[in-house]
Structure formats: structure tokens, C-alpha cells
Design a protein around this ligand. Structure first.
Ligand code: AMP
Ligand code: ZN
Length: 664
């Protein structure tokens, strides 16, 4: 077989697997096999640059950097949608339609996906361009980034027309959003506000490897072009699906406005079960001939109408704005509200995000405000009821000094958040760092809780985590709620933390952007702290999954003398600052590329030992079963839903012994 044929076959095969996994949600090979094939293709492509293909599946992982996004004029304008809020609005719309077209009118009802709109251009079945909506007339060319979104087909199948544009929405499903936020919180970063802004912010990232890591999805809803041989909107959705696009199956063809309303009311309650956010329904005249006759107003098509779901909203009084200082020094303003019931829970506080947000909405203490719960975790204030504002109310003056230590706040250019720069002297930062150090996922110090840490700092017994190792029982006993026994436990717990492995110590140090996963990666690569301290930014970036932001943050951390002194002290106290010799000896690559889910109770090894064995031997652990799972290691009492899912996805279920044999 010629090299060219071999390369093309591999590309075709990988494309099919991508489609199965990301569009159909039904994989037919394991993650490992997929990665092996991808690697094989990467190697062949590297050896034979003459067969370069801009739409090869190998480009899904990103790599391209876009410094300035080129402006592109849309060949077909991207319109907005008119909004309706009631049955009357829809009936009025129908009346207007019936004046302009003859014959029966049917409608397709689609969900309104809440993300960032995108226009994709395909020529001869290949993606040639992806452009953001921009102002509807022109947008930004974000092709390099869009290619990393796995559900966007790079090549089509079936009877696609030679040239067309297809429009859709780039969205971030809830699950992926929550996971991204979890990682940010662990790394000491501010969580993202909501899926929509995060999705649209992703499109303009300069480094496409960053966007490749985000679990974005692309849902399509409109085909535009000439001589398409399509008669109806509903048919166009079916066609797009057949050509390889991800088109949600919820859409429905209906014959009347009453049926439209049924669809709306069904999804108004059921939308909460969908994996992604929707903010309404889009109703479109189904017949494309009729659509053409109806045409467009200056702003929107006459043949389509959005019907927005009502976001759950209540009004209440904003009693006070307070300011919190995080362990990184970031200031978060918080609205303290008169308690009010919203979407089933009592809300007492709402996030105000930052100074700009407060100024933009002109939010003041004493105001009656509207609080809404959308896709975000914490409710937000969406508006002020100005009619109820007190006459002598004054605009909110954002604090200029740290509420905890009085230091003047700083705000870096391009950042929305204010920071207290007094990291060595500001109590919540000092306490926060030590609390992070002792936390369960970090040093897991038994007998010591967050409140005790605050007390120890307040009493001047400790100012940093290294001081913990100098604590004496006699110093601790006099503290509130301490007895001889609990003081002993505390000291013993601190001593025991010297056994905590290096990767967790590294996480415990509280370096910005170094969460659990990054700490593991760094520990595995560098093996000891000194190698990390002396690593250059370039070295760091070359480590798998370490980006420039992390590298800079690591350099910055060790560039501060106080931090290096702390590390030296930890070393003196014999905290693990290198990978243990035993661990080094036990590490293999046997399970490289395999992902495991562990479920149930085991006999020979504990659950944690099992997990450690997986990681030490190069395998990955995931908490939930997906088609990416290579094996489920099942013990006694494996959960029934896990079992069902594993069977459905045909994932190998192995016993504890099978697993141990793999390593033997
Ligand atoms: P709006 O931004 O509120 O004017 O709503 C118009 C936007 O809704 C369009 O630009 C699309 O990006 C988006 N949209 C989401 N789902 C759909 C859909 N099923 N059909 C048409 N537009 C949609
Ligand atoms: Zn401060």
C-alpha cells in the first residue's frame, strides 16, 4: 500500500471515530486504540509533509496561534431574531405571515441554544472557514480555533452541495462547564460566570491548544446557500445531520401556533434536563419557498421568531455590600439580600462580580433589586428597580483599601478584579494559604481544621505553613476548645503530613494555577522541587499540558524569596519535596493511554491503593464511565447504574485480580 493511501485511510478511519464519539455519542473503539491510530497518523504526516491536509484529524489538538483575527464579510448576512413573549405575539406574527404568503403554513420548532453563533463555510465537503457573527455583516475568522471542536466535521459525507454556509451555536455543556470551574477553583482562580460567556470567550483565544482542551460543542440549525435542493427547514436539519453535523433531535415539525405553544410549554419545564443551556424556542416557517417570499426586515428574518423562556426572577432588598478577600488576594463584592425564595431555594447572597458590574447596573445599598438564576451557580443581580430607590441614596463607592488589612488595592491592566497586594500581611490571605495547605486534597492534616488555623494565626502562633511544624503541644492547649488530647492529635497530624507524597505537597504550596492535576504532571516530570525551581519558562511549557500561564505563575512563585525560604524550611522538616525512591522504582508505563473507572469494594487492595497503582503505572482515572473509558475495575457491590452504562457502551469490566495481573 502506498504511503498516501495509508495516510488517507487512517484519516478516514479517525474521522469516522470522531463522528461516532462526538456527534453520535456512541464510540466503537477505545480511547487507547484511537490515540494509537492518531499517533500513527501524526508520525506518518511528519515523515511525509507532501501529503499535508488542512483538515486532517491530527489538527484537532490545536497548535495554531492567531495573534490578530482577520475580519471577514459574511457572504450571507447573519441576522438576529425577533422576540415574542406571549400567545398573542405569536398569533400576530402568524397574521403578518399569512398576508404575505399563500397556502398552509407549517412551523419547525427548535430549541434556542445559548452560546455564541458561528458561520461555517464548506466547499467540496471540506470546512474552509469559520467566522463569528460579529455585527452580522462581518465577523472574525476563527477557523483555526473552530477546527479543535470535535463535533465540527472537517470533512462531510453523503450528498452535500458543492458550496454552502451552515450556521449554528458554539456551546459549553453544563457538565464540561462545571468541570472547568472545579479545576479553576482548585487552582485558586475565579470560576467562570456562566457557560455562554465562557463559550463565546473561548472562540477568540489566541492559542488553539487552549480551546482544544475546552469541552465545547457545536449545534447547527441553518443552511444557507444557492441551489441547495432542499425544500424545508425540517428537511435541512435532517440533511445536515446526514452530512455529519451535530443537530439536536428535539426539533419538531408542527401545524399550528397552538402546537408551537405546546412545544414551548413542554420545554420550559423539561429544558432543565438537557445537557446544555437553552433560553427559549425558535419557531421557523418550514417551507423554504415561503421563507424566501417572506424575506427579511432590516434586522431579522420575517419567517422566524424567538420565544424566550422566562428566567426565574424575583425582587428583594439589597441590605449591604460586603467584600471578601480570597487566598490569592482577589476581592469579591457580595450582595447581602433580604432572604427570598428563588427557583426552589432561599437566596441570601448574590454575586456582584466586580467594580465594573456594580457601576454598570448602578447598584446601591438599600436598593430593591431583581435577582435571577440562570445557568450560573450563584444567583446574580440583573437590574435595579429605580422606582423604589431612596431619594437620598448615593452611588456605591467601591472600596480602595483592603477591608481586612487596609492596604491600598491594585487592579492590573486588563483584569476585572481588584487585588490586595499585601500577601505576606493580610490575614485572610495568610489564613487562606494555610487552610489550603492542610486541606483534604493537599496535606490532609488530621486534627486540624480551618477554624483552628484561623485561631492559630490570630494568636500569632503561625504566619505560614512552615510554622506548623514548629508548633508545640503546650502552645496549642490554651487555645479555645482545645484539650490535651486534641492538641496531641493536632501535633501528630502535622507530623504525619511529612509522609504526604511530593505531588500533593506541590499542590499544597498554593501556586496560582497549579491545581491537583498540574501538580501531578509537574511532580512526575521534574521529580523534585529543586528541578522545578530552576526550570526556565521554556522548560516548563514543554511539559505535557503546561501552558504559558501556568509556567509564568510557577516562575513568579519561586521568584519570591519568601517562598524559597519556606520551601527550604519544609525541606528541613523533612516534608516530601521529591518523588520517593520507592515510588520512582514502582513507576511504569504499563497502563499508558488507558483510562480506568473504579467501582465497588475490593479485597486485596484498598480503593485508594488501586487508584495509586493505576496512576503509578501511567494510567488515568476517571470518575464516570464514558466511551473514553478503557476498563471498569469492579469490586463487590458495583453500582447498578455504572454497570448498566458500562454494558451499554460495551466497556470491559474487569475484576481486581484481572487488574493486578495486568501489572504482573
Ligand atoms: P438574539 O441573540 O437573542 O437576537 O437571538 C438570535 C440568536 O439566537 C441567533 O443569532 C443565533 O445565534 C441564536 N440561536 C440559537 N439557537 C437557534 C436556532 N435554533 N435557530 C436560530 N438561531 C438560534
Ligand atoms: Zn489585605
Amino acid at each position: 500500500m502506498s504511503i498516501e493511501i495509508q495516510i488517507n485511510q487512517l484519516r478516514e478511519e479517525l474521522r469516522q471515530h470522531n463522528h461516532n464519539y462526538y456527534v453520535l455519542d456512541a464510540a466503537t473503539i477505545s480511547d487507547y486504540e484511537f490515540d494509537m491510530k492518531l499517533k500513527e497518523l501524526q508520525e506518518l504526516e511528519a515523515q511525509h509533509p507532501e501529503f499535508y491536509d488542512p483538515n486532517s484529524p491530527t489538527l484537532r489538538v490545536g497548535g495554531g496561534i492567531t495573534k490578530n483575527f482577520e475580519t471577514v464579510v459574511h457572504e450571507h448576512r447573519m441576522y438576529s431574531l425577533d422576540n415574542s413573549y406571549s400567545k398573542e405575539d405569536l398569533l400576530d406574527w402568524e397574521k403578518r405571515i399569512k398576508k404575505l404568503v399563500d397556502g398552509e403554513v407549517n412551523y419547525t420548532c427548535e430549541l434556542k441554544y445559548d452560546g455564541a453563533s458561528i458561520s461555517l463555510t464548506y466547499e467540496e465537503g471540506e470546512l474552509v472557514r469559520a467566522v463569528t457573527r460579529g455585527d452580522g455583516i462581518q465577523g472574525d475568522n476563527v477557523t483555526t480555533n473552530i477546527k479543535t471542536i470535535k463535533s465540527v466535521p472537517l470533512k462531510l459525507t453523503g450528498d452535500y452541495p458543492p458550496k454552502f454556509d451552515i450556521r449554528g451555536e458554539i456551546i459549553l455543556p453544563f457538565e464540561g462547564f462545571a468541570k472547568m470551574n472545579q479545576e479553576r477553583i482548585e487552582a485558586g482562580e475565579e470560576p467562570y460566570m456562566n457557560p455562554r460567556n465562557t463559550a463565546s470567550g473561548s472562540l477568540k483565544l489566541q492559542d488553539s491548544t487552549e480551546i482544544a482542551k475546552r469541552p465545547l460543542d457545536c449545534l447547527l440549525y441553518n443552511i444557507t446557500g444557492d441551489r441547495l435542493k432542499i425544500d424545508s427547514q425540517y428537511q435541512s436539519l435532517e440533511k445536515a445531520r446526514a452530512w455529519g453535523f451535530k443537530v439536536p433531535a428535539e426539533s419538531k415539525l408542527v401545524n399550528s401556533i397552538d402546537e408551537v405553544l405546546e412545544f414551548v410549554s413542554y420545554w420550559d419545564t423539561h429544558r432543565h434536563n438537557l445537557p446544555y443551556e437553552t433560553d427559549g424556542v425558535v419557531i421557523k416557517v418550514n417551507n423554504l419557498q415561503q421563507q424566501e417570499e417572506l424575506g427579511f426586515t432590516a434586522k431579522a428574518p420575517r419567517w422566524a421568531m424567538a420565544y424566550k423562556f422566562k428566567a426565574e426572577q424575583v425582587s428583594t432588598v439589597l441590605k449591604e455590600i460586603t467584600y471578601q478577600v480570597g487566598r490569592t488576594g482577589a476581592i469579591t463584592p457580595v450582595a447581602n439580600l433580604d432572604p427570598v425564595l428563588l427557583a426552589g431555594t432561599t437566596v441570601k447572597r448574590a454575586s456582584l462580580h466586580n467594580a465594573d458590574q456594580i457601576a454598570k447596573l448602578d447598584i446601591r445599598e438599600g436598593d430593591t433589586v431583581y435577582v435571577e438564576k440562570g445557568g450560573e451557580i450563584i444567583p446574580k443581580i440583573v437590574a435595579v428597580d429605580f422606582s423604589k430607590r431612596n431619594k437620598d441614596s448615593q452611588p456605591t463607592q467601591y472600596i480602595t483599601e483592603c477591608p481586612e488589612c487596609g492596604t491600598e488595592l491594585i487592579r492590573k491592566e486588563g483584569e476585572a478584579q481588584h487585588y490586595c497586594p499585601n500577601d505576606q500581611g493580610c490575614s485572610p490571605q495568610i489564613v487562606g494559604r494555610i487552610q489550603h495547605y492542610i486541606s483534604r486534597k493537599a496535606m490532609d492534616i488530621e486534627g486540624l481544621g480551618g477554624e483552628t488555623v484561623a485561631l492559630l494565626v490570630k494568636e500569632g502562633l503561625i504566619v505560614n505553613y512552615a510554622d506548623l511544624y514548629e508548633l508545640k503541644k503546650e502552645q496549642v492547649i490554651p487555645l479555645e476548645r482545645m484539650a490535651e488530647k486534641s492538641a496531641e492529635n493536632l501535633i501528630a497530624g502535622i507530623k504525619k503530613s511529612k509522609e504526604i507524597p511530593f505531588e500533593r505537597v506541590l499542590f499544597a504550596l498554593g501556586i496560582r494555577y497549579v491545581g491537583e492535576t498540574v501538580a501531578k504532571k509537574l511532580a512526575k516530570h521534574y521529580k523534585n522541587i529543586d528541578a522545578i525551581i530552576t526550570a526556565t519558562e521554556e522548560d516548563l511549557v514543554n511539559v505535557d499540558e503546561i501552558g504559558i500561564k501556568i509556567a509564568q505563575s510557577v516562575k513568579e512563585f519561586f521568584g519570591i524569596e519568601e517562598n524559597v525560604t519556606l520551601i527550604k524550611r519544609l525541606q528541613d522538616y523533612e516534608v516530601q519535596l521529591k518523588v520517593s525512591a520507592e515510588k520512582l522504582a514502582n513507576q511504569t508505563d504499563t497502563l499508558q493511554g488507558k483510562t480506568f473507572v473504579v467501582s465497588g469494594v475490593f479485597e486485596k487492595v484498598s480503593r485508594n491503593e488501586l487508584k495509586k497503582l493505576i496512576e503509578d503505572n501511567g494510567g488515568k482515572i476517571s470518575s464516570s464511565i464514558s466511551s473514553k473509558t478503557s476498563f471498569v475495575v469492579a469490586g463487590e457491590n458495583m453500582g447498578p447504574s455504572k454497570l448498566e452504562k458500562a454494558n451499554k457502551l460495551e466497556i470491559a469490566i474487569i475484576s481486581e485480580d484481572d487488574f493486578l495481573n495486568m501489572l504482573a
